[in-house]
Design a protein around this ligand. Structure first.
Ligand SMILES: CC(C)(COP(=O)(O)OP(=O)(O)OC[C@H]1O[C@@H](n2cnc3c(N)ncnc32)[C@H](O)[C@@H]1OP(=O)(O)O)[C@@H](O)C(=O)NCCC(=O)NCCS
Length: 180
């Protein structure tokens, strides 16, 4: 049976919910055009709102298809205001995750809170045995978040991802996972 993830996740301070069209302009303002936020990402900062609209449309389509759950992260009581996203791509018995937060919300422990809730929910599913994430070898904040969230460093993937802000050639990543 394919792994199904909840439509919503609630943590102490956060609600993770389905993406909607109205998120595009808010996310564009909040972070997709921010060079610092995009530094360790596989995308370049967006220059136009249209790029973020296309990204959100892609997320909505992925959600509908069931192959991925790109949750929008919001604060309790402010569900219409995205502060970031946490995507869970579903592949057989594994969930592969990626995440981003707007800069104003860094350092408050939000991403660890979201990651723990998501990986707990995934590993509670009978067919999910592994939740994994990679980060660039220099993305110390991301590596720290994964460790704090119970992920174990498994190794280094050479020439894994092109991060266009940093270099035209693929760079090494660290692979982390939580398994059961
Ligand atoms: C990576 C990211 C999601 C972290 O989210 P966050 O909610 O700020 O993370 P937390 O507050 O839970 O924890 C950050 C931890 O990293 C540490 N940290 C932050 N910057 C650091 C740095 N340059 N070097 C080492 N540790 C660092 C913090 O001290 C904190 O650890 P602590 O709780 O032990 O003090 C956020 O910075 C982000 O969105 N970055 C841009 C996008 C990105 O890089 N995504 C990940 C791609 S793999």
């Amino acid at each position: 049976m394919p792994i199904s993830l909840p439509d919503r996740l609630e943590t102490r301070r956060l609600t993770l919910r389905e993406p909607r069209e109205a998120d595009a302009s808010l996310i564009f303002e909040a972070y997709t055009q921010d060079h610092e936020v995009a530094r360790y990402m596989v995308w370049r900062p967006h220059q136009t709102l249209r790029e973020t609209e296309q990204f959100i449309a892609y997320c909505m389509e992925g959600w509908r298809s069931g192959r991925t759950r790109p949750y929008v992260i919001t604060l309790h009581g402010d569900e219409h205001v995205p502060i970031g996203m946490l995507e869970a791509r579903i592949a057989s018995h594994t969930i592969d995750i990626g995440y981003v937060l707007q800069r104003a919300c860094w350092g408050a422990g939000y991403m660890a809170e979201a990651l723990i809730a998501l990986s707990d929910a995934a590993l509670a599913h009978q067919d999910c045995f592994r939740v994994q994430a990679t980060c660039d070898t220099e993305n110390s904040a991301s590596a720290r978040v994964l460790k704090k969230s119970g992920f174990v460093l498994e190794g280094r993937l050479e020439r894994h991802l092109i991060l266009p802000i940093l270099a035209p050639e693929p760079r090494a990543s660290l692979m982390f996972a939580r398994c059961r």
